[in-house]
Design a protein around this ligand. Structure first.
Ligand code: PEP
Ligand code: MN
Length: 350
């Protein structure tokens, strides 16, 4: 695995000549044109000597080996950050994105009232599980397609795009028809058939870190999606299992700068699953913004004490609005923008 780094300001004709030479060696070039510098990845190729000779071509700065295995996810190939576009929203740009909603879609009233609250408090994406991967087979498993229909109704009413989990390759087609973002849950991070399936669709994917997975494994799991053709991927830190029982999981906030250093993909933090207690959600959400995350995904419920799943970590409506107000000054302090609360009934489409 090698990359050709072009000089700053290399001419298009020089880049073209390098691409042709790579093809001439029977290899596949992967050019990535940044605003300042172009990098050309080379996939395949046993004959290293021939590849190294590319350094003598005009406009080439250097030819170097890529040492990690997440070639498409890593920064070597693609130094510019990826901006994931969802219905006019950009994830990975200057704006800090808030995705919020219930753990599971439970009823029309529940999802519609939550959607309005999320929108009015300045959230950009509505979350809600229709297919729930529950630890116990006796727990509520979600409303299935009916849940997807209710999410679509909430989207129509509020204009908020929807993110929802897809739990198996067989469900990818159905969920893709309704969802704006496909969520691959922590328990499925290494479900390779599912990763390949979501790699073949043209909808953004939020990939959550597994409960016991390293950052390297998360990046490699994302590589499955990108190598199948879908580059619209966001990585989500949602807490990992540790010895400490004071929180449900241990939110690894250091994963944010580590992933940012290694990958061009946007990073989202889930302070709800990350802590398991609503009392700790606002502080860890602020930590996420400060650490450089591109957004958060948070659980909100009209009546957390009656929620069918993850009630203890779900914010009530007033708590959600308060958390949003607490995030804004932190976002501004680290050079991010965050959308303001919207008046009731006011259109989100400007
Ligand atoms: C969820 O988002 O409700 C969920 C099940 O998350 P995770 O996959 O991170 O446990
Ligand atoms: Mn949940």
């Amino acid at each position: 695995m090698m990359i050709v780094v072009m000089k700053r300001g290399a001419k298009t004709s020089e880049i073209g000549a390098v691409v042709k030479s790579i093809e001439g060696l029977g290899l596949k070039p992967h050019p990535s044109r940044g605003p300042e510098q172009t990098i050309i990845g080379i996939i395949g190729g046993e004959n290293k000597e021939e590849i190294i000779k590319l350094k003598f071509l005009a406009g080439v700065e250097q030819v170097v080996p890529v040492t990690n295995n997440y070639k498409l996810v890593g920064k070597d190939f693609r130094p510019d950050r990826t901006i994931v576009k969802v219905n006019g929203i950009s994830v990975g740009g200057d704006e800090f994105i808030v995705m919020a909603g219930p753990c599971a879609v439970e009823s029309r009233d529940q999802i519609l009232s939550t959607a309005h609250t999320v929108r009015e408090a300045g959230g950009q994406v509505l979350r809600g599980g229709a297919f729930k991967p529950r630890t116990s087979p006796y727990s509520f498993q979600g409303l299935g397609e009916e849940g997807l229909k209710l999410l679509t109704e909430a989207k129509k009413e509020t204009g908020l795009p929807i993110i929802t989990e897809v739990t198996s390759p067989e469900l990818v087609d159905m969920v893709t028809r309704y969802a704006d973002i496909l969520q691959v849950g922590a328990r499925n991070m290494q479900n390779y058939a599912l990763l390949e399936a979501v790699g073949k669709v043209r909808k953004p994917v939020l990939l959550k870190r597994g409960l016991m997975s390293t950052i390297e494994e998360l990046l490699l799991a994302a590589e499955y999606i990108l190598s199948n053709g879908n580059s619209q991927v966001m990585l989500c830190e949602r807490g990992i299992r540790s010895f400490d029982k004071a929180t449900r999981n241990t939110l690894d906030i250091s994963a944010v700068p580590v992933i940012k250093q290694r990958s061009h993909l946007p990073v989202i933090v889930d302070p709800s699953h990350g802590t398991g207690h609503r009392a700790y959600v606002p502080a860890t959400a602020r930590a996420a913004v400060a650490a450089g995350a591109d957004g958060i995904i948070v659980e909100v419920h009209p009546s957390p004490e009656n929620a069918m799943s993850d009630g203890p970590q779900s914010l009530s409506f007033p708590e959600f609005a308060e958390m949003m107000n607490g995030l804004r000054p932190v976002a501004v302090a680290v050079g991010r923008t965050m959308s303001a609360p919207v008046e009731k009934g006011e259109s989100t489409h400007s």
